[in-house]
Structure formats: C-alpha cells, structure tokens
Design a protein around this ligand. Structure first.
Ligand SMILES: *Cc1c(COP(=O)(O)O)cnc(C)c1O
Length: 380
C-alpha cells in the first residue's frame, strides 16, 4: 500500500501558468509592467473596486495602506488578537501601537462588542481581518467606531468572499490581499491593495515605487530620455514582477471555480462531521458568503477523546495534515515581552490558539480524500 498523504493546503498551478510566463520571459519585460496592470484591473473588477495596486505581499500591502493613511508614532491601531502576526507587525513598521481586541469563538473574527473598551483618542485605524475567508461583522464594527477611525481590511484570506452583496476588499477605506501559496490563488509571493479612494490610490502607487512621480514603464516608453522622476515622498520598493502578474492573471481566471469547489467541500464537511460532538464547526453568519481559504474547527476540551495536539498526532500518523487555525498574536513572545501582555488578557484568542484545528481543504483534494479525512475523524 502506498503511503497516503493529504496536505493542509496545495496550490493549483500547471500548464496555464507555464504558458502565462512565456511572454514576459520572451519579451524581457520582467518587472512591474503590462501583466501587473492587467492583473490589477482584473482583480479590482472582480471585487467591484475602483483601484488595484499590486505589491510583493499582503504584508507590504498593509504597510503601504497604513503609511498612506499617515499612521505613525503615538497612534493606536486596533488589531484582532487572533490572526497571522503580520496583521500586527505592519502597525509596528509605522512606529504606531497595535491595540489588541479579542475575537468571537463562533467566527474567529474580531468581536465588535469588545471594540469600545479599546478605543482611545489615539485610535486612528482598525485592521479588520476576514480570517480564513469569512468576512468580519462589518456593520457592527462600523457602528462601534467613531467615524474618523480608518477601516483597513486584512483580506489576505478573503479573495472572492462576500459580506451581504459586496465583496471583501470593498468594505472599508482600503484592503490588502495575499497571493502566498497558502491562499486560494497564488503568485508565489504577492499582494494587492484595493480601494475606491482615488487620492489614496495615487499616493500608494507612488509609495510602492520609491515615491516616484512616474512609473518605470512610463519612463521607458516616454519621449524624453533625460527625464528622471521626481521624488516628493519617501517610498518603498514593493513592486510585483510581471512574471507574478502573468501567473496572477491565470489564477484569477480560476478563482470563481476554486471557491465553488471549496464551498461544496465545506458543506460536505459540515454535514459529515456534525455528528462528532467534540469537534466544533465554524459558524457562518447569514450576511457572509465565505471563500473557505481554510476549514478551521475547534476541539472541545470537555468532551474530546484526546487533547487537541494528540488528535493532530493521530491524524498525522494516518497521513492527514492539520494545523492550529492561526496564533494568538499577544501570546507570541515578542509581543508578550514588548507589550507586557499575558495570555489571559484575550481569553477567546488564547482558547483558539490552543484548541483550533484546521483540517485539509484545497482544490487538489478528491472526494475520496475528503472521505478519508472524515473517516479518520470519526474513528477517533
Ligand atoms: C497570510 C496572511 C497575511 C500575510 O500575507 P503575506 O502575503 O504572506 O504577507 C496577513 N494576514 C493574514 C490574516 C494572513 O492570513
């Protein structure tokens, strides 16, 4: 018998991506150029946003947004305590202070009822994370915030996710997506800002390219060989390559299909696993259409046959990969020490840190693979 191995996540890349990168390879236009521009337009159009600005990652996309919003020393930015560490690191890049807010165990997203207690006159923005591809409760979040607080969506996991009739990425002042291979569509590494604010978009376009007034492509094709761009702001090099843009365009064409498959797989899991009393399913509020970047359950310590980590070990021994959903940022030693935090400060995030378990869900899994995972969970 060949050994079975079901990964937690796998990107779907192949012949289409090979073909896509041929043109930039052959023309020699490798850095940000026509492929990136087409990917930006396609991604923005898909989500119903006015402007798309491709970057090297979601992390740099988030940094670009916070910097463009002039978040700096002395400012506070609200961040959910349960998210990937980047959601908080980008606040530190600006010299500002992340202020954590606990989450809701049902959805793993920020708990709007806990926002008010964390507001101060220094609160300038909130990083709203749509974790695992499920949109946060945007109406309640907006109601809890003073109107001057900027809303930045960390939509790293949420390409194609919806809240009511609008796509993730159009629900705040600006949003950031990730194309890391662990997300639904990938460019290897890569990210994208979406916004409907033309002024903010223009600033971010410059900031991404060292603060240059004109892009390299404009310079290359322009009539005046002596022109160098002016730089009237300090910028960064967060440009995506055209190789990545070409791969992104190919992947974007598959996004809808990937999400449909993921929704079916999630539905199947929810039905098949409902009878396991100790394994809790993620809850989907009526307002949300999730993209299912990951399928994250939690293990109820009161009724589970084994502690979560031992359950993960048993599954591993059967070739099934699982992972904690993500980490509680305030429990990471850098944050614990730098901000003098203790795990119990954010009890739900702490609980999720210890009890969540993502099970395999991706677009390379077969019906047989899903059944194998379901059977292994039931056998516990
Ligand atoms: C993956 C992820 C990021 C980081 O994305 P990169 O493209 O790797 O920088 C940020 N926030 C969340 C919630 C993520 O899941």
């Amino acid at each position: 018998m060949t050994e079975r191995r079901i990964n937690i996540s796998e990107p779907v890349t192949g012949e289409a991506e090979w073909q896509a990168i041929k043109e930039p390879i052959e023309t020699g236009w490798l850095t940000q150029g026509p492929k990136v521009a087409a990917f930006e337009k396609g991604f923005a159009d898909f989500h119903g946003a006015q402007h798309g600005i491709a970057t090297t990652s979601c992390t740099t996309a988030l940094h670009l947004i916070l910097h463009a919003l002039e978040i700096g020393p002395g400012d506070e930015v609200l961040v959910p305590a349960f998210s990937w560490v980047a959601s908080a690191n980008v606040v530190l890049y600006c010299g500002a202070t992340p202020v954590f807010v606990d989450i809701d165990l049902q959805t793993y997203n920020i708990d709007p009822t806990k926002i008010q207690a964390k507001l101060s006159p220094k609160t300038k923005a909130i990083v709203v994370v749509h974790l695992f591809g499920l949109c946060a409760d945007m109406d309640a979040i907006r109601d809890a915030l003073p109107s001057q607080v900027k809303i930045v969506e960390d939509a790293a996991c949420a390409a194609g996710a919806k809240y009511k009739d609008a796509y993730a990425g159009t629900l705040g002042d600006a949003s950031a997506f990730s194309f890391h291979p662990r997300k639904t569509i990938t460019t290897g590494e890569g990210g994208m800002v979406l916004t409907n604010d033309p002024d903010l978009a223009e600033i971010m376009q410059k900031l991404r390219n060292h603060g240059a007034e004109i892009s390299e492509e404009q310079r290359h094709h322009g009539p005046k060989p002596y022109l160098l761009p002016d730089f009237n702001m300090m910028g960064f090099n967060y440009r995506m390559t055209d190789l990545q843009g070409a791969v992104g365009l190919s992947q974007l064409g598959k996004l809808k299909g990937f999400i449909n498959e993921r929704q079916q797989a999630a539905q199947n899991y929810r039905q098949a696993l409902a009878e396991i009393p100790w394994l809790k399913m993620p809850v989907v509020p009526d307002a949300c259409t999730p993209a299912w970047q990951a399928f994250v359950t939690w293990v109820d310590p009161k009724t589970a046959p084994l502690p979560r980590n031992e359950i993960m070990d048993v599954l591993q021994s059967k070739g099934i990969a699982t992972r904690p959903g993500t980490h509680a940022i305030h429990m990471l030693s850098y944050f614990t020490q730098a901000m003098q935090l203790s795990p119990a400060d954010y009890p739900v995030a702490m609980f999720c840190n210890d009890q969540t378990m993502a099970i395999p869900l991706h677009n390379k899994m077969t019906a047989d693979d899903y059944q194998y995972v379901i059977d292994a969970l039931k056998a516990l």
